[in-house]
Design a protein around this ligand. Structure first.
Ligand code: CIZ
Length: 308
């Protein structure tokens, strides 16, 4: 008998829906997740939207389809809930580029300079910082601080982009997103030639040379909004491939082109319907953050949520 992929997928989705009811779970999925995970999720968003949602969740279980630091954020913001990350190995190379020890060394070099910590970081690093930010609110967060100098960790491209929108001196950390860094100027130029007139929208984690070619720079939520609101029909998209699911779903009359084959985050794509099913069945893998890191990291996320 021939394997019927769509029947298998439907069956798994039905099973996930039932398990979700049985365990009183809600599924949060990041904009970079696989299409089928976004399809089955209760809420899709960027880390700011999902963090805000995590605070308000009434269900007993939050299944976070994303990477480890995102599940950690949900647990920090709603510690009474069981937070599950379906794949234990789903990490973030950018988050791993800064450790609490290395950050403490940096702080010693710049005493009194506040640390703005991008959410793509571990809870332990957040706990060593002064305020968190996401790509959706980084400029607002930096400008809300009274100090004239700040340390921005760990993404140097986002930090550099923020520096262009503030009078403050921004001290950068040498970190980068292993996916966004792949996109080159040449690839964008090639795509622009193939689709003259298409608007180029990109994420601030891209290289500076790439950002210079943009019509719009923003977080995934901002890119989604922009593409929907603009009358244009053709867009070149400079961010992780998972965003195409919502762009296409919400704008069936528009066309979206990915300029590179290397815009797929392997960690984000680890979560499959199979792993999600197992996660709900076995209540795995629980992500928890303990005090004192919990309360310190919580303060940094709360400070961010007060600004935006
Ligand atoms: O803030 C996030 O969720 C990330 C990592 C990217 C974005 O812009 O959504």
């Amino acid at each position: 008998m021939k394997f019927n992929e769509s029947a298998y997928k439907e069956e798994m989705i039905d099973q996930i829906k039932q398990l979700k009811k049985d365990c009183d779970a809600v599924i949060l999925a990041h904009n970079y997740q696989r299409d089928e995970i976004q399809e089955v999720a209760d809420l899709i968003g960027d880390s700011l939207e999902l963090s805000r949602a995590a605070v308000k969740v009434q269900n007993q279980v939050i299944v976070f389809c994303g990477v480890h630091f995102m599940a950690e954020c949900a647990s920090i913001l709603n510690p009474a809930k069981t937070v599950l990350l379906p794949v234990k190995e789903a990490g973030c190379p950018l988050a791993d580029m800064v450790t609490p020890e290395k950050l403490r060394e940096m702080k010693k070099k710049y005493p009194g300079v506040p640390v703005v910590c991008y959410v793509n970081s571990s809870a332990a690093v957040k706990a060593e910082s002064d305020i968190c930010c996401t790509s959706a609110n980084a400029i607002k967060v930096v400008n809300a601080l009274k100090e004239k100098r700040i340390i921005f960790i760990p993404d140097k491209n986002l930090g550099r982009y923020v520096a262009k929108h503030t009078d403050k001196e921004v001290i950068l950390w040498e970190g980068f997103c292993a996916t966004h860094i792949n996109l080159t100027e040449e690839e964008v130029m090639r795509m622009k030639k193939l689709h003259p007139g298409a608007k180029f929208l990109a994420h601030p984690e891209c290289r500076q040379e790439v950002l210079q070619l943009t019509d719009f720079i923003g977080s995934t939520s901002a890119i989604l909004r922009y593409a929907k609101e603009q009358p244009d029909k053709d867009f070149i998209i400079g961010t992780e491939s998972g965003i195409l699911y919502r762009l296409k779903r919400d704008n069936p009359d528009k066309k979206f082109y990915l300029p590179s084959q290397h815009l797929t985050c392997a960690n984000m794509k680890l979560t499959t319907l199979g792993w999600l099913t197992r996660s709900l069945k076995n209540m795995q893998y629980k992500v928890t953050v303990k005090d004192p890191i919990l309360s310190r990291a919580r303060r940094m996320l709360d400070r961010m949520l007060e600004v935006v």
